[in-house]
Write a protein that binds this ligand. Sequence first.
Ligand code: NAD
Length: 268
Amino acid sequence: MASRVTFIGAGNMAGAIIGGMIDNGHPATDITATSPSDDFLAPLRERLGIHTATDNAAAVADADIVVLAVKPQIMRDVCEGMRDTLQRQRPLIISVAAGLTAESLQAWMGGGLPLVRCMPNTPSLVGAGAAGLFATPEVSAEQRDQATALLEAVGLVEWVEEEGLLDAVTAVSGSAPAYFFLMFEAMEEAGVKLGLPAETARRLAMQTALGAARMAQGSEFPPDRLKRNVMSPGGTTERAIEHLEQAGLRRIMADAMEACAARAREMA
Ligand code: NAD
């Protein structure tokens, strides 16, 4: 039997995961989403056929899995409002909220619940996400599999065995879509300087990123080997790569990602 899953919050992240679950065959009638406003709920109800509710505590009363998908600033009130029902029902809790620790979430929900923290990223909205997951000791092997299946509906899932490593996940994938968007901007600007129309440069850069990622994902070789395969001695690619290395691209990435992880630690 499919699990009964309740999403607390019915915004971008909840909508993306629910859409992916239904595409993967999870029955819509076993999914509920909550929000105080019907503006968020009506499209999900009408487009996907799931249940919707405005009372969080009532909506988790018979859930096997509860996904916490509200903004971090209101999470405390939301968790405290469901506390008694969650302690009675003891579902698997999955939090997709950025920066809220298992310790805080457990304290707000009364403690001792099986809890998975997930650090997703925005490409989940187009089914190409990358998420890091961490489980508290209360989570069973079966519940880990359930969390994996649920998040795989919108992309890649990687487990980490220490909660602190979610800060590294934030640096490598959570915040990383923006690194690539910056790279697209820079490549477009440089393409324009070389004489291309902006739209042409943008489309070529994006398609090349997509192609490089697909090629690397499907390859038995590491990125270094793939890079060398495109670099003929004395050729154009070699000239560009030498320039990027000499300009310190690796150091820039390391510094940026360290700063990102440090900020994630500060915010926790
Ligand atoms: P969103 O604003 O799109 O959705 C929030 C939802 O919560 C809305 O449906 C709103 O009506 C609902 N809500 C507000 N108050 C509520 C309450 N008291 N009870 C129940 N529902 C309530 O936000 P989002 O972008 O989907 O983000 C949700 C969570 O996902 C956040 O914690 C965020 O940190 C995390 N996250 C989002 C992304 C992303 O790509 N959007 C990426 C990483 C993490």
